[in-house]
Ligand binder design. Structure first.
Ligand code: SF4
Ligand code: SF4
Length: 384
């Protein structure tokens, strides 16, 4: 397993974490098996949005005696009401759901307290100008929540959340299909294949999503990824808006090569599915590579823009071209060079200015990126 730093929280998290979307359908014993297999594989980051009592109880049992092995992203405002899941904002229900969470987990703290599922502007305003955010801050001040997070599918909401300065972690839906769509308050747009019926309009990453990735990277806000397979559609040639199936590894690699992403949280219905996801870490670069597929897919080809895939390596001058392009894009979108990005760039052993314009990388880039020009741009931005 590989590990990354969860932004400014400083926590060291596994690149592949575990989402809990399938756990509600399992009994406690089956959930324990998934948790045990995850821990054995080196997974240490877990999402728990599910309010089902037996799922929370299973996590509590799973953590008993080994709390330090779990970095838990658990959700506020996700409640079990009248025997079913409900997203709540009414304070009586918010407080009761949190008490239930802490008591069933049988722990003194949760690592990341996620404010659950805000996609609409009105909801965002109500949460951040009302008692919910105050409640979350109070729990943080009391040490019951160590860091605050928010889950959303809408980049416009995520950007606003980052700008409050209160949110350290955003759980966001990332995959190449969602990345080409403009923001929406309606999650169903993401899941509707008809949303992708405009091939001339939809290509490359939507500007507001690029802005989100850049902002998170510059502010040290970590992204934890949900829906890496687009609800399974990307794994299926017929259902995928690209007209071609991706592999599990390609989807995970796409997410992990986006700026600010610290961990991907695929769900697992079985131990075998979990093993397939964590197996990503042992695969070769060729097995993870999504570049040929996305650049050559029949609909919505990604071209002209660096996708940070690394397919152009090795560089004659030893430049990590994907990383240099990523830092240059971050600086360009921000309109300034964030200090953290400047530091990271300074740490690179070969800089854009080392490019000898041999052109070998351009011949290998499936997205048609003019790498030599990009290296010149990066040298201008960073001065080296
Ligand atoms: S320049 Fe091309 S091959 Fe290299 S990382 Fe960017 S998109 Fe991939
Ligand atoms: S053109 Fe520049 S960036 Fe590309 S391989 Fe040659 S030296 Fe490296």
């Amino acid at each position: 397993m590989n590990y990354r730093v969860l932004g400014r929280t400083g926590l060291r998290v596994s690149e592949i974490g575990l989402g809990c979307e399938y756990l509600a359908k399992m009994d406690g014993g089956a959930i324990q098996k998934i948790l045990d297999a995850a821990i054995a594989a080196g997974v240490n980051y877990f999402d728990l949005f599910s309010p089902e009592p037996h799922v929370r109880d299973a996590f509590g049992q799973g953590m008993r005696g080994r709390r330090e092995k779990f970095i838990l992203q658990a959700h506020l405002c996700s409640a079990w009401v009248d025997g079913q899941y409900k997203r709540v904002r009414e304070m009586g229900q918010v407080e009761a759901a949190f008490q239930d969470l802490m008591s069933r987990l049988d722990t003194g703290y949760i690592d990341v307290g996620m404010i659950h599922f805000i996609d609409q502007q009105e909801d965002f305003d109500a949460v951040f100008q009302g008692p919910v955010i105050e409640f979350a801050r109070k729990q943080k001040n009391a040490g019951r929540i160590r860091h605050l997070g928010l889950s959303t599918h809408n980049p416009r909401i995520a950007i606003q959340a980052v700008k409050t300065g209160l949110i350290d972690v955003i759980m966001f839906s990332v995959n190449p299909a969602y990345d080409i769509l403009p923001p929406s308050e309606d999650i169903n747009v993401l899941f509707d294949k008809g949303s992708y019926d405009a091939p001339d309009v939809l290509s490359c990453t939507d500007p507001e999503r690029r802005e989100l990735y850049s902002l998170c990277e510059s502010q040290g806000v970590a992204l934890t990824v949900m829906k890496p397979f687009g609800g399974g559609a990307l794994l299926n040639e017929t259902a995928s808006p690209f007209g071609a199936a991706m592999t599990v590894a390609q989807c995970l690699h796409y997410c992990l090569t986006r700026p600010a992403v610290a961990t991907v949280l695929p769900g697992a219905a079985t131990v075998e599915e979990l093993r397939e996801a964590v197996g990503y870490c042992g695969l070769s670069p060729e097995e993870k590579d999504y570049s040929a597929l996305l650049s050559g897919c029949p609909a919505h080809p990604f071209t002209d823009r660096c996708m940070y895939c690394g397919h152009c390596a090795p560089c004659t001058a030893g430049i990590d071209i994907a990383v240099v392009n990523k830092y240059a894009d971050l600086a360009e979108i921000q309109g300034t060079v964030p200090e953290t990005v400047r530091e990271h760039y300074g740490d690179l052993s070969a800089k854009a200015g080392d490019c000898v314009a041999c052109g070998q990388c351009e011949a290998r880039c499936p997205f048609g990126v003019k790498v030599i020009a990009h290296m010149k741009r990066a040298k201008e931005i960073f001065g080296a």
